[in-house]
Design a protein around this ligand. Sequence first.
Ligand SMILES: C[S@@+](CC[C@H](N)C(=O)[O-])C[C@H]1O[C@@H](n2cnc3c(N)ncnc32)[C@H](O)[C@@H]1O
Length: 248
Amino acid sequence: MNRAEPLSASPQSHPVTGTAYGLGIGPGEPDLITLKAYNILQKADVIAYPALEDGVSLARQIVDTHIPKGRTEIAIRIEMGKPADPIYDAAALEIGQHLAAGKTVAVLCEGDPFFYGSFMYLYGRLADAGHSVETVPGVSSMMACAAQLGAPLAAKNDVLQVIPGPLDKDRLRTQLGNTDAAAIIKLGRHFTKVRDVINELGLTDRARYIERATLDSQKMVPLADLPADATAPYFSMILIHRRGDAWR
Ligand SMILES: C[S@@+](CC[C@H](N)C(=O)[O-])C[C@H]1O[C@@H](n2cnc3c(N)ncnc32)[C@H](O)[C@@H]1O
């Protein structure tokens, strides 16, 4: 278990048997998985992954060609607008039953598990219940977007910010107002608001937009070149550097 012992000991209701791994599987391109994650995936008895209500899962799609046949699969269906806690409670219980039976469980995590990843909600529940749970880091979308765009994130003493698009306009202005470098994530329906703030601050010509980085459907463009009525999917990001390029 790669988690520091909790300050207050929590009751362990069962012996530690199988291990659950939160596997960072990278941002989309199947080759961007680490050898460690790939090898664990090959030996896992059970494979769990977050999915939309209809069962579609980007994480499952990313590793489709890597998953051995005949594995037990658990789709953790997240319903938009509904509380997620009961869903994670139920998923942790189901995964816990496999662990108690000595099985190895791989939980697929797009990008890196601990970079805004929902795996952390399972990690906390499983670890608190006394299960063996480990995290395998992955190539995060932020790193992948920078590489695809040819836009290094930060250099020298630059302070790099990760800014969630759902923040309100005032907070976005404050965060972006004094930024050296920023990655703005979770755009989706917040795209127009974010773009407006970037415009107000005169940063548009320093901003690059990318969606579905490293997937076949990837698109990338300077923010200034997007049409005024452009929309953005959830899997999109804007990178900004105050100097235009970090190397300048
Ligand atoms: C909940 S966060 C999860 C991040 C993920 N754990 C990681 O390490 O990349 C989801 C956000 O990451 C960004 N993202 C994830 N994959 C992406 C991709 N392939 N292309 C562009 N942005 C991506 C988007 O901003 C998206 O809204």
